[in-house]
Design a protein around this ligand. Structure first.
Ligand SMILES: Cc1cc2nc3c(=O)[nH]c(=O)nc-3n(C[C@H](O)[C@H](O)[C@H](O)COP(=O)(O)OP(=O)(O)OC[C@H]3O[C@@H](n4cnc5c(N)ncnc54)[C@H](O)[C@@H]3O)c2cc1C
Ligand SMILES: *[C@@H]1O[C@H](CO)[C@@H](O)[C@H](O)[C@H]1NC(C)=O
Ligand SMILES: *[C@@H]1O[C@H](CO)[C@@H](O)[C@H](O)[C@H]1NC(C)=O
Ligand SMILES: *[C@@H]1O[C@H](CO)[C@@H](O)[C@H](O)[C@H]1NC(C)=O
Ligand SMILES: *[C@@H]1O[C@H](CO)[C@@H](O)[C@H](O)[C@H]1NC(C)=O
Ligand SMILES: *[C@@H]1O[C@H](CO)[C@@H](O)[C@H](O)[C@H]1NC(C)=O
Ligand SMILES: *[C@@H]1O[C@H](CO)[C@@H](O)[C@H](O)[C@H]1NC(C)=O
Length: 511
């Protein structure tokens, strides 16, 4: 049936459709602007003076142009934004602290409506129950300071600038996680706005499917406006711990990792926390090894607790305890930036990162550790990037993280022993990003997985989000992915909350 005339006619029809689409997009964006203005929500649009700064990513490898960046001040305003965007067929995305590695807080692509939570920063502590209601525009450092002022604390990551919205959306690991769990674990209720603009309070009894999904995959299901949490008594003694071993040969470094794994599996107390970090050595074949940790037990017991590992290690180049013994001083020393985030400008970087979570029941071999260290000491030595690799201790027999079942919340990888983070910035921390930075990190992860047996059931950490990851559905969510999809079908059938690596509906998409 195909003839030049038919093709020409089809061409004209599709041109007309294109023109129609272009016209409707224009009027739709005018409608969006009108409804947001009418709703009284402070919003910034392309062309406005504040647009460039409002749409700037933490990771400067990404520049996206959202359709609007909105700054609601109440849950009602969040709902108005979602409705306005939904009615005009826009994709909506919440932004907390903006620290997504792939700028998913800006939508991870052009044209989304961003719901920036930074005007919602209330923290209300209730002394009778030791619970707190925390709005999701807060950052970790400010929450730590506010709770410490009443002698309380929560488990969370060490970097003060990270937003609680994104952090609790996908897990949230920090030095107190072995004793208190992930940042999302103390949450007993979540106030959220659904894709159709309804406001709900989800608990294990009310909207249980939503509550389950929000604990590990939040932005695919709702915009959380506040979390209600059980707090912990701030430990009466706390200290940071730092050791370094400069310029280790890669074989010794591999053995050091192996013995740290051995020590970790022997079950250090939950009040012990630590991670190994690797950076470039001064010549090929060498790496620098660092240990950063924390101790929340008795004064004087930090080093004795890790002595079984130190006994099999070479003498360190440096070692120190950090802080004056108070909980908040340890938190401050372990954060790269000040805890009070309004007292210093926020940082940016230009980088790529990947992750790998190792199953506790199938530990790594000495060969795999050595292969990893050989890669860092050679490819890492010659890379033009500024890189580090980290191995965070999640597990061990006493860890609180693993006391919750893998299917009890959307966060599935609870039986993890270590979470690796592989991270490489451009040499100036500014764009452009060197293209071989991507393959350098792919190779870093491969240097580990290629030496493990083929059925090794490792995972990846969705807070170290990687939009180039193959098979991310199972690496991030494992067996929980199917349930997440069926809840997505029910709660967001039109995929209003869509971004790179968002939970896919099982329904066919026609856009
Ligand atoms: C310097 C630095 C240090 C870090 N340290 C740690 C660490 O120690 N431990 C750790 O576990 N992780 C750490 N991370 C990773 C961090 O937890 C994630 O990047 C986290 O998702 C950032 O949250 P955000 O709110 O700052 O980011 P955003 O970019 O605002 O959000 C990240 C994702 O969460 C979604 N989101 C944000 N707010 C909401 C909300 N209210 N409701 C629903 N979804 C929401 C966004 O849509 C986006 O998909 C670190 C990251 C950086 C950049
Ligand atoms: C633009 O930025 C200025 C200065 O920071 C601020 O006072 C103003 O409220 C912003 N306008 C909007 C619409 O966000
Ligand atoms: C997204 O917008 C930016 C800035 O306007 C532009 O440079 C880029 O090409 C756009 N990306 C896509 C995929 O359209
Ligand atoms: C492994 O740990 C045991 C104690 O749990 C210790 O005796 C042994 O030396 C360790 N081996 C290595 C290689 O670290
Ligand atoms: C911890 O113990 C050391 C050594 O005994 C002592 O100097 C220090 O004051 C103690 N710190 C706290 C916070 O109790
Ligand atoms: C320890 O340091 C913190 C600040 O990080 C300070 O508030 C506290 O008063 C200090 N405590 C002592 C005993 O010096
Ligand atoms: C943080 O710093 C700001 C500005 O310097 C100040 O107003 C605020 O009180 C500080 N917050 C805390 C918790 O210390």
């Amino acid at each position: 049936m195909s003839s030049p005339q038919v093709l020409a006619r089809l061409g004209m029809i599709s041109l007309q459709i294109l023109v129609l689409i272009a016209l409707s997009v224009r009027s739709v964006s005018a409608y969006l602007k009108e409804s947001l203005t009418h709703a009284g929500v402070r919003s910034v649009f392309p062309g406005d003076t504040n647009y460039t700064s409002a749409s700037k990513a933490f990771n400067l490898r990404f520049t996206f142009s959202p359709a609007a960046v909105t700054f609601p001040t109440t849950p009602d305003q969040v709902a108005l934004v979602v409705k306005a965007a939904h009615d005009n067929n826009y994709i909506v995305v919440p932004r907390g602290g903006g620290h997504s590695y792939v700028a998913n807080g800006l939508g991870g692509k052009n044209g989304s409506v961003v719901v920036d939570m930074s005007s919602m920063k209330a923290i209300n502590f209730l002394a009778t129950t030791n619970t707190a209601v925390i709005e999701t525009g807060n950052r970790l450092g400010d929450i730590a300071l506010a709770l410490n002022a009443v002698g309380r604390a929560l488990p969370h990551g060490s970097c003060a600038e990270v937003g609680i919205g994104g952090h609790t959306a996908f897990g949230g690991y920090g030095f107190s996680s072995r004793q208190w769990g992930l940042a999302l674990d103390p949450i007993f209720a979540i106030n959220a706005v659904l894709a159709d603009g309804t406001i709900v309070r989800a608990t294990k009894d009310s909207h249980p499917d939503l509550f389950w999904s929000l604990k590990g995959a939040a932005p695919s299901f709702a915009i959380t406006t506040s979390i209600e949490v059980n707090t912990f008594a701030a430990p009466s003694y706390a200290t940071g711990i730092k050791f370094s071993w400069k310029d280790m040969d890669y074989e010794t470094a591999g053995k050091s990792m192996f013995s740290f794994q051995n020590f970790s599996l022997s079950g250090p107390p939950a009040s012990f926390a630590g991670e190994l970090a690797f950076t470039r050595g001064s010549q090929s074949g060498l790496v620098t090894l660092g240990f950063t940790g924390a101790w929340y037990g008795a004064n004087g017991s930090a080093i004795p607790t890790m002595q079984p590992w130190l006994d099999v290690m070479p003498p360190p180049s440096t070692s120190s305890l950090l802080g004056n013994g108070s909980y908040i001083d340890a938190v401050a020393h372990l954060s790269p930036t000040p805890l009070n985030t309004s007292s210093a400008p926020l940082t940016t970087d230009t980088f790529y990162a990947k992750s790998l979570m190792t199953p506790e029941k199938d530990p790594m071999t000495l060969e795999a550790f050595t292969s990893f260290m050989e890669y860092l000491s050679t490819e890492g030595f010659s890379s033009e990037t500024l890189w580090f690799a980290q191995m965070e201790l999640y597990g061990g027999p006493n860890s609180k993280i693993r006391e919750i079942a893998n299917d009890a919340t959307a966060f599935s990888r609870r039986d993890t022993l270590f979470t690796f983070q592989f991270y490489a910035s451009s040499s100036t921390r500014q764009p452009p990003y060197p293209i071989d930075g991507l393959s350098f990190l792919d190779g870093m992860a491969d240097s580990v997985t290629s030496k493990m047996h083929s059925g090794w059931s490792y995972g990846a950490y969705a807070n170290y989000i990687d939009n180039r990851l193959q098979n991310w559905q199972s690496l991030y969510f494992d067996a929980n992915y199917r349930r997440l999809q069926s809840i997505k079908d029910q709660l967001d059938p039109h995929n209003v909350f869509m971004f790179p690596t968002s939970i896919e509906t099982t329904k066919k998409q026609f856009d």
